[in-house]
Design a protein. Structure first.
Length: 162
C-alpha cells in the first residue's frame, strides 16, 4: 500500500492537516501507509466489519468506526479526500447509490471510488465466477450512470477480472 499511498498523495496533493476518509477501510492498512508518507495527515476509516476494526492497525484504530457506507456518520464537507476501494459494490443497488451520494456529501475536495466491472463478455463471466460479496456490478457505462444519478463528481476506476 505504500506505493498506492504515495500515488494518492501525489495525485490529490494531500498534505499535512488534510483529512482523509477510507470507506470500507478493513483493517486500516491504507490509512496506516498514508500516515507513513504524509506527516500530519488526519485519517479516518469506516468498515462494516466489527472484526476488521478490532483487528486493525494499532496506529489508526482509534480513528476507525464500524458502520455502513450508505450512512456515513460525518458532517457535510468533512474531508479533503474520500476513497472507497472495492467496497460499495458489496451493497445492494439502492444502498450502493446512497453510498455514492454519501461519499459526495462528506467530501469537500477529492473523491475516488473503485468498483468491480468488466470491459468484455469474458471479463463479465470471470467476474460472475469469482465475485464473492459484490451485490451490485455493472459495465463501466452502468457505473457511470449510477454515479450521475448520485450526483457524484469524483474520480473512479474499475477492478477487472481477467
Amino acid at each position: 500500500w505504500i506505493a498506492v499511498a504515495t500515488r494518492i498523495r501525489d495525485l490529490y496533493g494531500v498534505t499535512a492537516g488534510d483529512r482523509v476518509l477510507d470507506v470500507g477501510c478493513a483493517k486500516g492498512f491504507m490509512l496506516h501507509d498514508l500516515r507513513q508518507v504524509i506527516s500530519g495527515i488526519e485519517v479516518y476509516g469506516l468498515d462494516i466489519s466489527e472484526y476488521a476494526i478490532q483487528q486493525s492497525m494499532e496506529d489508526v484504530r482509534c480513528r476507525l468506526s464500524v458502520g455502513s457506507a450508505e450512512h456515513l456518520p460525518y458532517e457535510n464537507d468533512s474531508f479533503d479526500l474520500v476513497v472507497s476501494i472495492n467496497a460499495i459494490h458489496n451493497l445492494p443497488r439502492d444502498q450502493c447509490l446512497e453510498a455514492v451520494r454519501e461519499i459526495q456529501r462528506v467530501s469537500r475536495r477529492h473523491k475516488y471510488i473503485q468498483v468491480d466491472s468488466w470491459l468484455n463478455d469474458e471479463q463479465r463471466e470471470n467476474l460472475k465466477r469469482w465475485v464473492l460479496t459484490a451485490a451490485t456490478y455493472f459495465d463501466p457505462e452502468g457505473w457511470k450512470s449510477l454515479f450521475r444519478q448520485a450526483g457524484y463528481t469524483g474520480d473512479y476506476y474499475w477492478t477487472l477480472t481477467e
